[in-house]
Design a protein around this ligand. Structure first.
Ligand code: PMP
Length: 290
């Protein structure tokens, strides 16, 4: 049986899973989304992802018809139906169907949940580390688009940033906020290790409060590391002992070169390797299934 897609309460074959050309997500990028990882049929941090989606929709004033618990169950059922072993769940919500900016034209949200395989970084990048470049596209200021909301429209900035990184063949693009502080990579959060301490920008730097980020903070603290959320600049990145990125797709990935500066010894550092290992242990053991 082919993949089924959940669309507003119905399961439809992927070929028939179509959204209206009047959908506000298509017309204006008016919506929110989540990307969730499945390990061995277990959905990783599902409740956290659904909670973040509901928070995004609350901020955007997109009412969702069912409580969060029922979306949790819908995702688990779909993962089972589609027989997802190792893969990805993508939830997309838009304000619904309607022409014109006024959100009142949309009567009910469009909710789509699909499963797929995941495009991963090649294993050598985990072994040797990633090269990252700073891009000129900044994360939008919260006065314009709140980066803590995982909104569809906000990702135009991230796509622009990814284009910049791709142009120079870098593994990821590092984005600053409009004040010049380091915010995050196009699809990942950033961490530095400096003088024995782990630092990462706070949410108000203009980042998405990544679920992998908070998982890694928790893991690191439980292993006795000192973790601090603080603003920092490129100076701190270039002079760090170690650097790594975190994200649902990337998990924990070492960074060894930023803007042609070698980070630390130019190989993945001890703290990074320790946290990569701890994170793998966690994904092997934790998750929810139907
Ligand atoms: N920042 C951005 C901009 C992202 O798109 C993502 C991926 N969702 C992350 C950080 C990492 O977040 P998470 O760990 O929840 O995947």
């Amino acid at each position: 049986m082919g993949q089924l897609v959940y669309m507003n309460g119905n399961l439809v074959p992927v070929e028939d899973a179509k959204v209206s050309v009047y959908d506000h997500g298509f017309l204006y990028g008016d919506g929110a989304f989540e990307g969730i990882r499945v390990y061995g049929g277990r959905v990783f941090k599902l409740k956290e992802h659904i909670d973040r989606l509901y928070m995004s929709c609350r901020v955007l004033m997109i009412p969702l018809p069912d409580p969060a618990e029922s979306m949790v169950q819908t995702v688990l059922d779909l993962v089972k139906t589609n027989d997802v072993g190792d893969g990805y769940v993508r939830i997309t919500v838009s304000r619904g169907v309607g022409l014109g900016l006024d959100p009142r034209v949309c009567k009910s949200a469009t909710i789509v949940i699909m499963t797929d395989k995941l495009a991963l970084y090649p294993p050598e990048m985990y072994k040797n580390g990633l090269e990252v470049v700073t891009v000129s596209t900044r994360v939008p200021p919260a006065q314009s688009i709140e980066p803590r909301v995982k909104s569809l429209g906000k990702y135009l900035c991230n796509i622009q940033a990814k284009i910049e990184a791709n142009r120079v063949g870098a593994g990821e693009g590092l984005m600053l906020n409009v004040e010049g502080y380091v915010a995050e990579a196009t699809g990942d959060n950033i961490f530095l290790i400096k003088s024995g301490e782990i630092i990462t920008p706070p949410p108000y730097a203009g980042i998405l409060a990544g679920i992998t980020r908070s998982t890694v903070i928790e893991l690191a603290r439980s292993k006795g590391y000192n973790v601090r959320e603080t603003m920092f600049t490129l100076f701190d990145v270039y002079t760090a002992d170690e650097c790594f990125l975190t994200g649902t797709a990337a998990e924990v990935i070492p960074v060894v070169r930023v803007d042609a500066r070698i980070i630390g010894n130019g190989i993945p550092g001890q703290v990074t390797l320790d946290l990569m290992c701890a994170f793998h242990d966690l994904t092997n053991g934790v998750g929810t299934s139907a």
